[in-house]
Design a protein around this ligand. Structure first.
Ligand SMILES: NC(=O)c1ccc[n+]([C@@H]2O[C@H](COP(=O)([O-])OP(=O)(O)OC[C@H]3O[C@@H](n4cnc5c(N)ncnc54)[C@H](O)[C@@H]3O)[C@@H](O)[C@H]2O)c1
Length: 432
């Protein structure tokens, strides 16, 4: 059975369905279409489908031009209707896996998609889960739903793999093509089929022995990042106490050619991955009456950073007798993206809001932010006379002109070291 599917894939006659057209699914669906495959993109958000069909992109890494070119090749179709899934040979799931209110994994989106797929005949199909999950989830949660009470046998009637998404939105050097793709199949043959599928969109594929190993690979990568960011955030706080510049120390440390890898402190973790993924692993460990000390400690440090930023800001205001008002410069979770999910800027604003400290913000990508029933609108920095107001650089978008900014702000708390090459006598810069 796999041979027929492999041949279809190799001849690019296979049809591919991508479910969930967000930051991950949309670029992936365009990549497959640009490779020559016929692609069906499904999303339950009808507004997104309408935008896509009008060639309007909502993802900063995809331009309207990219979208237009792919659509004009007639290789891609966007819909909210699952019915056409029957003609697809491979189905790739890219829906969210966030945390719920109790900070436990919310796998309801992947379960809903698996239940939807299971309504159709999945024989001879390859199903790939790309959404980040805890070790065992593909096999324990998704597979039983797809098997439809053992009506279908995996590896015989249909194929299942887990292949974590590793792309980094806004990243210019590493994309889907040149970032190696990890694949783990429920069976070895499922994995090999997956290697054939992703061969066209990825230059290098790494096959691991199981879906569990692939799931854990993704969690190791992001836990490694979260733990190292926790360490360097703690070092930043310690350096401040020791009256040392952490940024200078990191620059010196990274000249060591081996045994050191630079991580940078910041106002807190953000995005859909680093603050969330370690918690998936932690939750799984809790079900085994176990725990990860590193995850707990780094969460404690990283999630306390927004409060640390506010406390430092209050100290700067008080020592310099500034107006009791703050301007937040940059609100997205990292530079040059339009994503505010889990952004530390939002946490900082919420603390300011709760502590009744007046503030405004500017972000070229985010025009309004709702906090506790109040809507804040992005204000033009240049229209404000902020000489006695502290500006906090939370997100260092490339489009910011720091020289212009310093015309308005004479007191800047720079949590990103954005002003590292900036030297102006009349501007007071406070580093993290
Ligand atoms: N964004 C990142 O940087 C990143 C990086 C690596 C991995 N991931 C992982 O990839 C997965 C997707 O993340 P994302 O950032 O693309 O999310 P996203 O929220 O941008 O997109 C998910 C899309 O799925 C759609 N959706 C939800 N339920 C659906 C359903 N039942 N049927 C069809 N569509 C449905 C939503 O409408 C949305 O458009 C997550 O598991 C995430 O952890 C994300």
């Amino acid at each position: 059975m796999n041979n027929i599917l492999i041949e279809k894939i190799n001849k690019k006659e296979a049809e591919i369905c991508v479910i969930g057209l967000g930051y991950i699914g949309l670029p992936l669906s365009l990549s497959f279409a640009n490779c020559g495959f016929k692609v069906l993109g499904i999303d339950i958000d009808k507004q997104k489908i309408e935008n896509l069909n009008q060639q309007i992109s909502y993802i900063s890494d995809i331009s309207n031009e990219d979208l237009k070119n792919t659509i004009s090749n007639q290789k891609i179709e966007f819909t909210s209707d699952y019915h056409n899934i029957t003609s697809c040979d491979a189905i790739i799931i890219c829906v969210p896996t966030p945390l719920n209110k109790t900070k436990d994994p919310d796998i309801s989106y992947i379960v809903a998609v698996a239940e939807e797929i299971a309504k159709y005949d999945i024989s001879n199909k390859l199903i790939s889960l790309e959404s980040t999950v805890y070790p065992g989830a593909t096999e324990e949660i998704i597979l039983p739903i797809l098997s439809q009470n053992s009506k279908f046998n995996v590896g015989k009637d249909f194929n299942v793999i887990f292949s974590p998404e590793r792309i980094d939105p806004g990243q210019k050097n590493w994309d889907l093509k040149n970032t190696p793709k990890v694949i783990g199949g429920i069976t070895k043959e499922c994995g090999e089929l997956g290697m054939n599928l992703y061969n066209c969109v990825s230059e290098k594929i790494v096959q691991v022995s199981s879906t569990r190993a692939a799931e854990m690979t993704k969690l190791l990568e992001n836990t490694f990042r979260a733990a190292n960011i926790g360490l360097i955030n703690e070092m930043a706080i310690l350096c401040q106490k020791l009256d040392l510049d952490i940024w200078e120390v990191i620059e010196a440390a990274k000249t060591k050619p081996y045994g050191y890898m630079p991580f940078y402190p910041g106002p807190g973790l953000g995005g859909h991955c680093i603050p969330v993924d370690p918690r998936y692993l932690e939750w799984k460990l809790e079900t085994l009456n176990s725990e990860s000390k590193y995850i707990k400690l780094s969460e404690e440090i990283n999630f306390s950073m927004p409060q640390y930023v506010v406390d430092r800001a209050k100290e700067i205001i008080s020592k310099n007798k500034l107006e009791n008002k703050i301007t937040i410069i940059g609100a997205t979770y990292k530079k040059d993206v339009s994503d505010i999910r889990e952004s530390p800027a939002i946490d900082i604003m919420q603390i300011l809001h709760d502590e009744k400290i007046p503030f405004n913000y500017n972000d070229p990508y985010i025009h309004e932010i709702k906090l506790s029933n109040k809507t804040y609108y992005s204000e033009s920095i240049n229209n404000l006379n902020n000489n006695q107001i502290l500006g906090i650089i939370v997100t260092d978008h490339s489009s910011y002109n720091w020289s212009e900014l310093s015309e308005n702000f004479k007191f800047i708390f720079d949590t990103r070291n954005a002003l590292r090459n900036f030297n102006k006598q009349d501007v007071n810069i406070f580093k993290l």
